[in-house]
Write a protein that binds this ligand. Structure first.
Ligand SMILES: [Zn+2]
Length: 345
């Protein structure tokens, strides 16, 4: 049977483990994601490939030597905390070796597949050049930034790269890495920066130097429903089309989904994620999807809805639309106006 997409995954990603502590970013997340894809008959559409073990020094392309050495020295014999949010365990180092092998597969397969899904751990989009991205309080469960590494490698090969991040939290690490680099466009939809970790990603943060205007932050207020999210997606699409990418790298977070977790206050149904997938599908360049956040139902339901949309299919979950109050719309429109004004100036 012909397959629809390439799935890059390794069971070694489960070796990054908080035990004996409890933590929302746990190995079970991977089971939830794979179960969700299986339940909605998407796993059978995948050609699966396990990345080889790679040299973790490849992450020096996007992280400083100091931060790299700090990570490598920690968690060697037992679980250690890099900060109040973020653990590292002996198994993390084996998981990171597999993660380091992902770019090799992406480079080899990019001309073959229009859609590549990476389901990795530990996550990466909060990890900036020197660790905490754009001055965030912690690493936010992230260690090395795999999506930015892939972006950097493809940028160096001459591709016009656009990164899209729709995790409920700002992708501060990725923006940090490319903040002075105008050849990687970064478009980020997230819960209003003043209301959630990492407290970055305001509409006026658009990049620095000649990269000013290449980092687009679309804030959506707490309690936003599908109506606001879809409007944000339509706005993101306008920027996307303008930049005319040759390859798209998507930091896909599913923690804005209804009751996924206690850390986010968005109210998005599966409809939002299917709509987003269908919208991105309108731009027919190769897409590399890297799963970031999402802890429970988001992985089981929003991930399959999004993937179905990317394959041009209707929402297989279809759990009913949510809507926003007029006050929430007002706050959303204020943030959009700030964004437009900052991109003009
Ligand atoms: Zn998140």
């Amino acid at each position: 049977m012909e397959k629809d997409f390439l799935l890059i995954y390794s069971d070694d990603f489960k070796l990054h483990s908080p035990e004996p502590y409890e933590h929302p970013e746990s190995p079970e997340r991977l089971e939830k994601a794979l179960d969700g894809l299986a339940k909605y008959k998407l796993l059978e559409r995948a050609r699966k490939v396990e990345p080889p073990k790679g040299d973790v020094r490849i992450f020096l392309k996007v992280h400083s030597e100091d931060y790299f050495n700090f990570v490598i020295s920690k968690g060697r014999s037992s679980v250690e905390w890099l900060d109040g949010d973020t653990y590292i365990s002996p198994g993390t180092h084996r998981a990171l070796e597999r993660l380091a092998g992902v770019p090799e597969i992406v480079e080899r397969e990019l001309s073959v597949w229009n859609l590549i899904l990476v389901i990795p751990r530990p996550p990466g989009h909060h990890a900036g050049k020197n660790g905490r991205g754009l001055g965030a309080p912690t690493l936010g469960f992230c260690i090395f930034n795999i999506s930015s590494l892939i972006a950097k490698i493809l940028e160096d090969r001459g591709f016009r790269v656009v990164m899209v991040d729709f995790d409920a939290h700002h992708g501060n690490g990725s923006q940090d890495i490319f903040y002075n680099d105008n050849s990687v466009i970064h478009i980020d939809i997230h819960q209003d920066s003043s209301t959630i970790y990492p407290g970055t990603g305001f509409p006026w943060q658009t990049g620095e130097g000649n990269a000013k205007g290449t980092k687009i932050n679309i804030n959506i207020p707490p309690f936003s429903g599908d109506d606001i999210f879809k409007d944000a997606v339509d706005n993101a699409f306008k920027f996307l089309k303008d930049y005319n990418p040759e390859v798209m790298i998507v930091d896909a977070g599913f923690d804005g989904y209804l009751d996924d977790n206690y850390m986010v206050s968005l109210n998005l149904s599966s409809n939002s994620f299917n709509y987003l997938g269908k919208t991105l599908n309108r731009i027919s360049v190769p897409k590399i999807i890297v799963v970031e956040g999402g802890y429970n139902t988001g992985l089981k339901k929003a991930l399959p809805s999004f993937l179905a949309g990317l394959l041009g299919k209707d929402d297989p979950v279809n759990d009913g639309a949510t809507s926003s109050t007029p006050g929430t719309w007002d706050r959303y429109r204020e943030r959009l106006k700030e964004l437009t004004n900052n991109l003009k100036s």
